[in-house]
Design a protein around this ligand. Structure first.
Ligand code: 28G
Length: 652
């Protein structure tokens, strides 16, 4: 990469910080936990950019006792010379002007973080105070900023003490300490575990860079150091550490072009799921995008070519599918590029179209090199054997499914009797209640709004799909086939969201252990066969009340013990006025309508992927299946998308 010397003229847009204070959400998403951490990563990213461009090899993050945060790197130090147009020190520009900085014309940096690219001034704008020290050319420079309130107005991030040479040093770099403003943020509670994970991740993604995380807010202060000589190679090793099944050799590839850097590590294990962790400019792209697509195309195409060249596939054999090659595959893909465009719901998807072909051709080329070596023949054989068995399983599943479908005549016979359809054919207004037990099913059928609410009673417990990897078994399970038939979407590779007959799928089970187990089994089934339904928020859990309180003809319901206490006090009711529901089956059709079915009064909880992850963990099999899967789940869900409350509450 070409490294031009910084020149202050590359700064073009200069704007004050008031807009940031007025509308923080526009710049950092929100002013709760997410936003609080965002302003920290904003600063850390600047250090990492300096390191990614090889000017620094150490980045430290510290939570201080007083709630302030310190970030330090050993880079060149932010320039302190006076900017010719702005007539203030360059470092002051960085912290007091919106959009000031080389990042936005990409002259000073070859690769810069995209999502966090709004700059250090945003952090300064949202702090009570911020101090920066620059170690450069043998001197220590210091400048202080603050956000005072004068005449009822907050002046954000203005200079408190102008830039001053305060001493000599032989070190170089930048140190920033800041106190997030309590007038802006809901709270100043950090998530140290997430910060630790992020610093570790940054070390994996930037090999040769040492990152540290120090927590001095804890009773027992601690420092963690992360350093990985082999980058993503070490990352894969870390991710697959707990896998007990056989593991293939790690494939490690890296390639560099003038405007694109690719690093990828791949490892297959004798497990079933695929895990892909992709990053662009150190930012996780959980929603994928063009770089992932390019990588997948390259991998599938190369492995099929290799299989043919080495007589693994005969002339008349069809190619393996991408899915065949991805069973048990873990990939970490990290690219660095200019002008990354992030899109998607959570800005976690790379949109740059030209990246697809670039990644595809580079990865194909590097795979060819890797597998040219006779040393890596066994590595290829492992993958091809795995693909072969995946292919066979898939074929068997397809056949079993087809046969079963004919037997079941998916939309017809078996659905009648058990399943009570609704009369509306408009999925936008239709709801499916999956109800535990025939008696509750009966009340629900009678109590529902027949036009929009369909009811499917479950007799037994649905099969634990996580325990059984046999598609034959899954697709001959009566409960599961009935649900699939009712939904209309088909499953797995054949899944079609467009055919979904209900915009809400509501699980109604009792508030006891069996009910909880049934709910968990259903969630596991949705997760394995139709994860899109959960991803797109179509699955809900209904909440039946636990108690009925009846006094002088007035009936009220309580959903938990606290509510019961409130109700009995309010209604001056005694023990004799309280009925505890042992199950949905005990409710009359009217009661069921009032408490659980009626969209105006019921309580629904939308199921998230995190719910499923934690529910699924509870299943015995999951425990048996080893610590690795748990670890993968926690890794995948807790790290990047941590939610405080697992269930998002919806009021009807
Ligand atoms: C410690 C916490 C956060 C940084 C640098 C190094 C340079 C730099 C940073 O310049 C261009 C200059 C001022 C706007 C670049 C030093 C070239 C030569 C740098 C950091 C444009 C960026 N010498 N280290 N910025 N700016 N570390 N760590 O912020 O005018 S930011």
């Amino acid at each position: 990469m070409a490294k031009e010397r910084y020149n202050a003229e590359s700064i073009t847009v200069l704007k004050g910080l008031d807009p940031v204070r007025k509308r923080p959400g526009m710049y950092i998403g929100n002013t709760s936990t997410y936003g609080l951490h965002h302003i920290v990563w904003e600063i850390v990213d600047n250090s990492i950019d300096e390191a990614a461009n090889k000017f620094a090899n150490k980045v430290d993050l510290t939570l201080n006792e007083d709630g302030s945060v310190t970030v330090e790197d050993n880079g060149r130090g932010i320039p302190v010379d006076i900017h010719p147009e702005a007539k203030i020190p360059a470092v002051e520009l960085v912290f007091t002007k919106l959009h000031a900085g080389g990042k936005f014309n990409n002259k000073n940096y070859s690769f810069a973080g995209g999502l966090h690219g709004v700059g250090a001034s945003v952090t300064n704008a949202l702090c009570e105070w911020l101090n920066v020290e620059v170690y450069r050319d043998g001197y220590v420079y210091r400048e202080e900023f603050y956000s005072p309130e004068m005449n009822g107005e907050v002046y954000s991030g203005i200079v408190k003490t102008p830039l001053k040479k305060i001493g000599k040093t032989n070190k170089k770099g930048t140190k920033v300490t800041f106190m997030p403003d309590k007038r802006v943020f809901d709270s100043i509670k950090y998530d140290p575990e997430m910060m630790e994970n992020k610093m570790r991740e940054l070390a994996f993604l930037n090999k040769g860079v040492k990152t540290t995380f120090t927590n001095n807010r804890d009773e027992n202060p601690s420092t963690m150091e992360f350093y990985y000589e082999n980058g993503l190679y070490d990352y894969i090793d870390y991710i697959n550490d707990g896998v007990e099944e056989a593991k293939n050799k790690i494939i490690y590839l890296s390639a560099e072009m003038p405007k694109l850097k690719i690093e990828v590590a791949i490892q297959h294990t004798k497990t079933y799921n695929e895990h892909m962790y992709s990053f662009v400019n150190n930012i996780r792209t959980a929603e994928g995008g063009t770089h992932e697509a390019g990588f997948r195309n390259a991998f599938t195409r190369f492995m099929n070519d290799y299989a043919r060249d080495n007589n693994f596939l005969k002339a008349k054999d069809p190619n393996f599918s991408g899915d065949d090659f991805r069973e048990g595959m873990t990939t970490v893909l990290a690219i660095k590029m200019q002008d990354a465009q992030f899109e998607g719901q959570t800005k976690g998807k790379l949109g740059n179209q030209d990246i697809r072909a670039a990644v595809e051709s580079l990865v194909y080329e590097k795979l060819s090199e890797f597998f040219k070596s006779p040393k890596n023949k066994a590595c290829a054989t492992f993958i091809l054997a795995q693909a072969q068995s995946a292919y066979k399983t898939r074929e068997a599943a397809r056949k079993a499914k087809q046969e079963q479908r004919q037997k079941n005549s998916i939309n017809g016979a078996t659905l009648v009797g058990k399943f009570a359809a609704c009369t509306s054919k408009n999925p936008q207004e239709c709801e499916l209640f999956i109800v535990e037990g025939d008696s509750a099913g009966g009340s629900a059928k009678q109590g529902r709004d027949r036009r929009t609410q369909a009811v499917l009673p479950l007799r037994g417990k649905p099969l634990n799909v996580l325990k059984s990897n046999s598609r034959e078994k899954i697709y001959s399970n009566e409960e599961i086939m009935t649900i699939i038939a009712a939904l209309g979407t088909d499953t797995e590779a054949d899944f079609k969201m467009d055919n979904l007959r209900f915009h809400k799928i509501i699980i109604l089970s009792d508030a006891d252990y069996d009910g909880y187990h049934i709910r968990t089994l259903l969630l596991a089934m949705f997760f394995k066969l139709m994860p899109e339904l959960i991803e797109q928020g179509k699955v809900y859990v209904g909440m039946p009340p636990l108690y009925k309180v009846e006094k002088k003809g007035v009936i009220k319901y309580a959903f938990n013990d606290e509510e019961l206490d409130e109700l009995t006090a309010e209604m001056k009711a005694g023990a004799g006025d309280i009925q505890r529901y042992k199950g949905l089956g005990e409710m009359s059709k009217e009661q069921l309508w009032d408490t659980t079915l009626n969209p105006r009064t019921r309580i629904l909880t939308r199921v998230t992927l995190e719910d499923v992850a934690s529910a699924v963990e509870m299943l015995d099999i999951f425990m048996n299946d080893g610590a690795q899967k748990r670890k993968e789940y926690i890794f995948r869900h807790a790290k990047f998308n941590k939610v405080d409350t697992f269930m998002e509450k919806y009021g009807g």
